[in-house]
Design a binder for this molecule. Structure first.
Ligand code: NAD
Length: 377
């Protein structure tokens, strides 16, 4: 109930202010003073923002919409390419060549970005060994025939923010032996020491130890672990990387439709974690936008047979379901998520922030399973 009341309050607030900029501009063109606005709630709700984030009063006369490209835009390459040359990306959550993180890394590399990755400590050895031995060479192939270069692989465990947070049993766990500086704060410091700044931050990781359990049977520990690994990890990464992100940069995370529609089987608090991630996307878009001119978006991706998804146990059925019921009847390729991510972090999406962008062949739009046996009755 409280949540519902909160939601309707939020909607009311949104509705009240929707017309505000329109009214402002209409009145401004007539030369009327702001005090004559008939919507006092809009004025008062806008004032705190002006005080805390826009000390030099917000003047709409500064806002110019251009129909023509500026000089610098005209000097770019021909066409409308995604051009990430000169940009550096840190991609958290790459440990093999099957997942969305890898596909995003490839798309960003194809657009010219330099690639750094953060790999979960227990998976680090095998990933680095496979990379070194050429096991991924075929899937490193970029459209221009070159191979994706990963400039550096950082060990990372996004569940821990600082060394003080790491419990003794993890410190002494043999899966962590030999690796160092892998908490979020330390990784951001290492990247700063090695490269100074980044432009793009990608969060492509999730973990829910009780994902196969229904929410009704999920323990508090399992639920909080899902949130910690799958949503707070993004808050923490952005918190620690923001100071080294160049203004105009962007971040991306990966979410799933289970955040907003019930997907039986996606349990253990993972649906809650994705809902939190999407809400955080909006709040962080505002905060990081104002603080560092950084955009924050999340991609709601369709089902992919990645290592993490296979652990849930029914991914093949979800892929078949999507194929049968989505508006676009085709397999969803990880590269399609990769190219959407490349667009979203590029200057082409310079006005897109706080959005959940669906890359799922349109499955999210359906309210009916077209293959339901009930339909043939
Ligand atoms: P994946 O296995 O390729 O990626 C998950 C990664 O998270 C792995 O590399 C794993 O090592 C890493 N990881 C887990 N815990 C970590 C931790 N504590 N610190 C650092 N890294 C950690 O699988 P994927 O399906 O490509 O997942 C990437 C993202 O895409 C996830 O957020 C997932 O929820 C999302 N997603 C996946 C699907 C799907 O069907 N596969 C659909 C929608 C969204």
């Amino acid at each position: 109930m409280a949540a519902m009341a909160g939601a309707s309050l939020q909607m009311a607030a949104t509705r009240q202010c929707v017309g505000y900029p329109q009214r402002m501009s209409r009145l401004e063109t007539r030369g009327l003073a702001q005090t004559k606005l008939g919507c006092s709630s809009c004025v008062s709700s806008a004032q705190p923002l002006q005080l805390s984030f826009a000390p030099a009063a917000l003047r709409l006369s500064h806002v110019v919409t251009r129909a023509m490209a500026s000089e610098s835009q005209r000097n770019g390459p021909p066409g409308l390419p995604i051009d990430l040359r000169g940009k550096r990306a840190f991609i958290a959550g790459v440990a093999d060549d099957n997942g969305y993180g890898w596909a995003i890394a490839k798309a960003l590399a194809a657009a010219g970005a330099e690639i750094l990755v953060g790999t979960w400590v227990p998976a680090l050895n095998i990933f680095e060994t496979s990379l070194r031995r050429g096991k991924f060479d075929e899937s490193r192939l970029l459209p221009d025939g070159s191979l994706m270069e990963i400039t550096k692989v950082y060990p990372l465990d996004a569940v821990y923010d600082t060394p003080e947070d790491v419990p003794e049993d993890v410190k002494t766990n043999k899966r962590y032996a030999g690796a160092s500086n892998w908490t979020v704060k330390e990784v951001a410091e290492s990247v700063k020491n090695d490269f100074g700044t980044i432009d793009i931050l990608v969060h492509s990781l999730a973990n829910g130890p009780e994902v196969t359990k229904p929410l009704l049977e999920t323990s508090r520990k399992g639920y909080l672990a899902s949130i910690s690994a799958s949503s707070y990890s993004f808050v923490s990464l952005l918190q620690h990387f923001l100071p080294i992100m160049n203004p105009g940069g962007a971040s991306i995370s990966l979410t799933y439709i289970a955040s907003e529609r019930t997907i039986p089987g996606y349990g253990g608090g993972m649906s809650s974690a994705k809902a939190a991630l999407e809400s955080d996307t909006r709040v962080l878009a505002f905060e990081a936008g104002r603080k560092g001119k950084i955009r924050v978006n999340t991609i709601s991706a369709g089902p992919l047979g990645s290592r993490a998804a296979k652990a849930i146990g029914f991914i093949e059925k979800m892929i078949n379901y999507s194929y049968t019921n989505a508006p676009l009847q085709k397999e969803l390729s990880a590269d399609e998520v990769g190219s959407t991510a490349a667009f979203l972090v590029s200057p082409l999406a310079s006005a897109v922030t706080g959005s959940v962008v669906y890359v799922d062949n349109g499955l999210n739009t359906m309210g009916l399973a077209s293959d339901s046996p009930s339909l043939s009755l």
